[in-house]
Design a protein around this ligand. Sequence first.
Ligand SMILES: NC(=O)c1ccc[n+]([C@@H]2O[C@H](COP(=O)([O-])OP(=O)(O)OC[C@H]3O[C@@H](n4cnc5c(N)ncnc54)[C@H](OP(=O)(O)O)[C@@H]3O)[C@@H](O)[C@H]2O)c1
Length: 445
Amino acid sequence: MLKCTKLVTKLREGKIGLAIIKVGLLGLGNVGSGVVNIFSENTEKIREYIGTEIQVEKVLVRDINKPRLAELDQRILTTDPRDILDNPDIDIVVELMGGIEPAFTYIKQAMENRKHVVTANKAVMATYCKELFETAKANDVEIRFEGSVGGGIPLIDTITNKLAGNRIDGLVGIINGTTNYILTRMSRDGMSFDEALKKAQEKGYAEADPSSDIEGQDAAYKLAILAATAFGLYINPNDIPCEGITKITEAEIRYAAELGYAVKLLATAKNKGGDLEIHVHPAIIPDSHPLAGVNNEFNALLIEGNAVGELMLYGKGAGSLPTGSAVVGDILDIIRMMRQSAKTGSSLAAGRNNLNVVGEDTGSYYIRITVVDKPGVLGVITTTLGKHGISIASVSQRSLGERLVPVIFITHEVEREKLDKGLAELRNYSDVVKEVACILRVESY
Ligand SMILES: NC(=O)c1ccc[n+]([C@@H]2O[C@H](COP(=O)([O-])OP(=O)(O)OC[C@H]3O[C@@H](n4cnc5c(N)ncnc54)[C@H](OP(=O)(O)O)[C@@H]3O)[C@@H](O)[C@H]2O)c1
């Protein structure tokens, strides 16, 4: 058996034609099985592409006797991580366990043992990307993490490699399939939030405990990874201002639709002249916006580069085979680097800019206020908001003879702080203003 370094030397010197590359998998759940199934379905294609064979040498699981979604020799299953991390025959370790520990420790240890790593673990990458990039660099190995954001959509590769000649000015995306599915069902079928969540759980798009998805934390993890990739900025995912979709009602979606807008959970990072505006929040987007047509469990990312202009990537953001496809792509990339004598060690290691991170900056807003239906109310609202520099682009009032009616405004661009002050003053007119029922950002195109 050849050790990784010896194998690379032989490959570089062209002394080996079809040397087998040995891979160790940490985890054989949804994504791990997808990877094994892709290897066995596409063996010929893969061999032709990299000029060598890949062998899954060992697979770490918790329970050896559990039924599996992929066919493989039971004898390669192990419950001892050392069979992979300390195995001199294994060149590439693929971490597909999930959670932060022990995944983080295993990834780090694999790199310290001079093994390349591929992972789809957003929690680990979002929390520890700086340390992991530095470990990769120090040990002259690669760490790849395409599957951690956007499932099967090649977002990381596009930003890192294909757009390497661009300054990235902005990213806006739908990067959580669970919430997009829920919002789609609420919008298309008039379901309540709870009904749509239940449907998502039945279809396997939402976990039994859906809080990380519906509170926006999953999207914040992914946005932190995108910010590191696109802007070289390491931001703790817990520091990203984040709001989920739990307060969105089917009525809100209907009101927005009547005005020609769709409600989406957006992850946004925009370079505004040295300030990085970054947040996860529900927003309304005009029906003509490219992200408005992204429905159900699909994901999409709109990227703005100073050379390429606007570019949108769309596809399945999760699932065994789509995510497995991203993982296999990373593995093949590493093998090609090994064969081509390319320099390894993550090129993302150095944080490369000093953008000032800001939360919500300026924006246009959708505001729904419940008011008493009587003459002069609109005047009170526009005058009060005007005093705070908030100008109104459009207003819609519905009166069906009830005492309390909704008034919906879309504002021009305004600082969030000014908006909050204006709305706070408006709440003082409690004889006519009963409730500021909803505030959503408007993302234009
Ligand atoms: N599922 C998706 O669509 C998707 C999409 C994008 C990214 N990801 C990411 O991909 C990773 C894997 O997700 P998944 O859905 O495949 O997870 P999963 O179905 O829960 O599988 C996890 C696997 O890891 C093994 N495992 C977990 N903890 C272990 C431990 N301490 N020691 C040994 N083995 C352990 C489990 O073993 P047992 O089988 O014996 O229990 C199982 O085989 C996660 O980081 C996830 O965020 C998933």
